[in-house]
Ligand binder design. Structure first.
Ligand SMILES: [Zn+2]
Length: 711
């Protein structure tokens, strides 16, 4: 989804101001004084900090250890020789009744057990239960409307009925709800041996206890009939509103989904609590959507029956969209109702739209009584031109004026950056949800089109577990959005400064490490940890190996994990392998801790041709030492040091690897020997890539400044 929506719910500005103020207080003396006089103040402070232990390995948890032992993954970061994942195929018939805003559906789900384990349960995601009044929500995300959740009327497994007592709606208030839940649990517990039982049927994370396990390599067919109301109203936060009155609907998380069962943790039974997103299996979808005639339907996949649901004029216009870059109107604002916007409809005044999608991990759709439908094209390497559809309300055309162009740029740019766009079309759907992604579908206008289109790479193809590791979804996306924005503006992308800026956040006690399950991110930190911190981390990585090397390694990782479920360990170890470096210390600091470097120039002394620079790191994250040395215009010839590059006639960059800190020291003495040319200025971390609370102490000037140096 888009971080703009998150910003409304999380006032991060207040926190940044507080930290900037604290930082100013702590370093006021150092800022006012010159380096020589601040030395005494700061070395006194150093004495109170215990020696640091630099951990250089990536912590390995039991789940990843098991995966390595089983050969499903390995420490090169690639899928292991025994890698497996479940496949789930869906055939769904669903009908929308605008009078009640209710979906009524029938799903046939074929679960292919590709795991080596017999499955005694099937994990289910019943996300409409998020809208029950008593469902757990991550504050401040408030559903738009309290509904009766997902009401399951019938469920069978391989044709045998499943006991649905735990899905029974509580009869009323005053404790009867709790009693009904207890009664349902008892009924489930007392079910006869061999009877399949739905458990936690009023939760977003339910399961079916099977009478007969699904053997390794075998399949089972789950049939579910259900209905639920699509929530409307004002609401707070994202995905909490799925309709505008009774005229526009954006069903998402709308069908009973089979959870992921993976080699790391077995069934994924994390609750859906609002902000954190999803983790889904790949499979085919055949979805038949029954709506009133005149209502246009868009969705994941490719429309299979245009001759039944579209007018001849619309079908004719659709044939033209891939032959030019222009925006074509398929259904205009003046084409309204059956026979105009769509085909005429059946005897009941309805139409069934049939969609098919191969190998996707979700399905979303939208419909409105009056959508304008426009389309343009994007040209995908190896695939040619594909349609980009835009469906929006007639009064909101201005929000879509640039949407085609932005979406085209995103699809074409990211295709070159990572791998070609994998799907046959992309559709932008207007509505209350305006910054959310699904396979081939983005609920977005032009505002978030670049970002949401970026999600077609992750999680739609590289299918990360977004619930636990939102940073592998949103964070990677934020990073590539910087590249795309720069490309669209014909500018160079700017990563300088990003890595350093983390130093101003680091140290907040409420900040969770990125490896912490994002469902339990600390108060106010979901957005920072999930969205904003990853580009800062990758800026720092670029400061070590170069930005293009980061992108090259990331591309190789993405290609290795297409249509699979990589873990963070796969990412870390793949990057180590692809970059040819042991970056354990880097991943450890960035992903498992909230530490920063907090470096400074402690002292600079010149004796003869030698200038001795003492660099201190007060934080627990180490970093390479990079000094930019600015020489006087005149004087003895500049003799290049071995660990330096000369960037122009009076500037050199000198680097010491991060290893100089591995002994636990907090200061390092760097000797600059350049042949005697006078040094006018020394800047530590000139590209501002490494987290630093106070960047004002990173510069030394031969002549004391009359003003505080710029950060
Ligand atoms: Zn997003």
């Amino acid at each position: 989804m888009s971080q703009v929506l998150l910003a409304r719910a999380h006032d991060r500005l207040g926190r940044v101001v507080v930290f900037a103020f604290m930082s100013l207080m702590a370093t006021a003396a150092a800022v006012d004084a010159q380096v020589a006089t601040s030395k005494a103040t700061t070395s006194a402070a150093v004495a109170t900090i215990p020696p640091r232990a630099i951990r250089r390995d990536v912590p390995v948890t039991n789940s990843i250890r098991r995966a390595y032992a089983a050969g499903t993954r390995d420490s090169t970061g690639r899928p292991g020789r025994n890698y497996w994942q479940l496949r789930t195929d869906y055939a769904i018939d669903v009908s929308l009744d605008p009078a009640t805003s209710r979906l009524t559906g029938k799903a046939r789900i074929t679960v292919h057990n590709s795991s080596p384990d017999p499955l005694r349960d099937i994990g289910l995601r019943l996300d409409p239960n998020h809208f029950l009044g008593n469902a757990p929500h991550a504050a401040p995300w408030v559903p738009a409307e309290v509904t009766d959740g997902m009401v399951i009327s019938r469920m069978t497994i391989d044709g045998k009925p499943v006991n649905l007592a735990s899905n029974a709606a509580p009869a009323g208030d005053g404790g009867s709800g709790a009693r009904a839940i207890v009664a349902a649990q008892q009924s489930a517990a007392n079910a006869p041996t061999g009877e399949a039982v739905l458990r936690n049927g009023r939760s977003t994370a339910a399961s079916v206890r099977l009478g007969t396990p699904i053997a390794a390599g075998a399949s089972a067919v789950l049939d579910i009939e259900w209905s639920h109301k699509l929530p409307g109203g004002p609401g707070t936060g994202h995905r909490m509103v799925q309709r505008w009155a009774d005229t526009l609907y954006q069903p998402t998380q709308w069908f009973p989904r089979v959870a992921v069962y993976d080699d790391l943790r077995g069934w994924d039974n994390e609750l859906y609590v609002g902000p954190s997103e999803f983790y889904n299996n790949f499979g085919t979808f055949d979805v038949n959507i029954d709506v009133p005639a005149g209502w246009i339907v868009s969705g994941t996949g490719v429309l299979q029956n245009p001759e039944q649901v579209l007018t001849a004029a619309a079908r004719e216009r659709l044939t033209k969209i891939t032959s030019s870059g222009a925006v074509t109107t398929i259904v205009g604002p003046d084409e309204i109702g059956p026979g105009q916007a769509t085909a005429v409809g059946n005897a009941s005044g309805r139409l069934v739209w049939r969609f098919h999608a191969d190998t996707v991990n979700d399905f979303a759709w939208a419909t409105a009584r009056k959508y304008v439908w426009q389309a343009t094209r994007a040209t995908i390497p190896g695939k040619g031109a594909i349609p980009v559809h835009m469906l929006f309300l007639p009064g909101r055309a201005n929000l879509f004026a640039k949407a085609g162009e932005i979406s085209r740029h995103a699809l074409e740019f990211y295709s070159k950056l990572w791998f070609p766009y994998q799907f046959p079309q992309l559709t932008l759907q207007d509505g209350p949800s305006s910054g959310m992604e699904y396979p081939m579908v983005i609920n977005s206008n032009q505002g978030a089109a670049d970002h949401e289109a970026g999600h077609q790479w992750w999680p739609m193809v590289v299918s990360n577990n977004e619930t636990w590791y939102g940073w592998m979804d949103e964070g990677f996306n934020q990073y590539m959005n910087i590249l795309s924005d720069a490309d669209a503006a014909s500018k160079a992308p700017v990563f300088d400064g990003l890595g350093q800026s983390y130093g101003r956040t680091s140290g907040a006690e409420a900040e969770p490490p990125m490896m912490w399950n994002a469902n339990y991110a600390g108060p106010g930190y979901y957005g920072f940890t999930t969205y904003q911190k990853t580009p800062l981390m990758l800026s720092a990585l670029g400061g070590i190996v170069g930005d293009t090397a980061v992108q090259r390694a990331h591309r190789e990782w993405a290609q290795a994990w297409m249509f699979k479920h990589p873990s963070p360990w796969d990412y870390m170890f793949f990057m180590n392998t692809a970059l040819g470096r042991d970056l354990g210390w880097f991943w450890n600091s960035w992903l498992f801790t909230t530490e920063s470097v907090d470096a400074r120039l402690a002292s600079v002394k010149t004796q003869g041709i030698r200038t001795t620079v003492t660099v201190a790191q007060d934080g627990n994250m180490p970093s390479p030492i990079i000094l930019e040395v600015k020489f006087a215009a005149q004087g003895p010839a500049i003799r290049r040091m071995k660990n330096s590059v000369v960037t122009d006639s009076t500037t050199a960059l000198v680097t010491w690897p991060v290893d100089v800190w591995f002994g636990g020291n907090r200061s390092f003495t760097a000797d600059l020997v350049f042949g005697g040319r006078k040094i006018e200025r020394i800047t530590l971390d000139p590209s501002r890539r490494f987290p630093d609370r106070n960047a004002a102490d990173n510069q030394w000037l031969a002549v004391a400044p009359t003003v505080t140096p710029a950060r």
